[in-house]
Design a binder for this molecule. Structure first.
Ligand SMILES: [Zn+2]
Length: 86
């Protein structure tokens, strides 16, 4: 049995907020009455956090996955122990 954890880890679903303004995770603009995406992100504490993306920032599911990966790679890494001086 095989599974591709890369493409399953964000739990991406379509959303279409009709009544409530929903903030886009990438451009920080709020949107409603238009299609967008909802996805989960693992936070530092290991908890799942749900965020949204507007259709302008992420045109397709693959595009959104790319955006998330870019975001995660930009995130500052956890502080490491100070390297010992020679
Ligand atoms: Zn956006």
């Amino acid at each position: 049995m095989k599974r591709n954890t890369e493409s399953n880890q964000y739990e991406i679903t379509k959303c279409n907020p009709w009544f409530f303004w929903t903030e886009c995770f990438f451009c920080n603009h709020e949107f409603r009455r238009e299609a967008g995406w909802r996805f989960s992100l693992q936070t530092g504490g290991g908890q799942l956090q749900y965020s949204h993306s507007c259709a302008e920032c992420s045109k397709t599911k693959q595009h959104l996955e790319g955006n998330i990966k870019t975001f995660l790679s930009r995130k500052p890494k956890a502080p490491q122990a100070t390297p010992r001086k020679p």
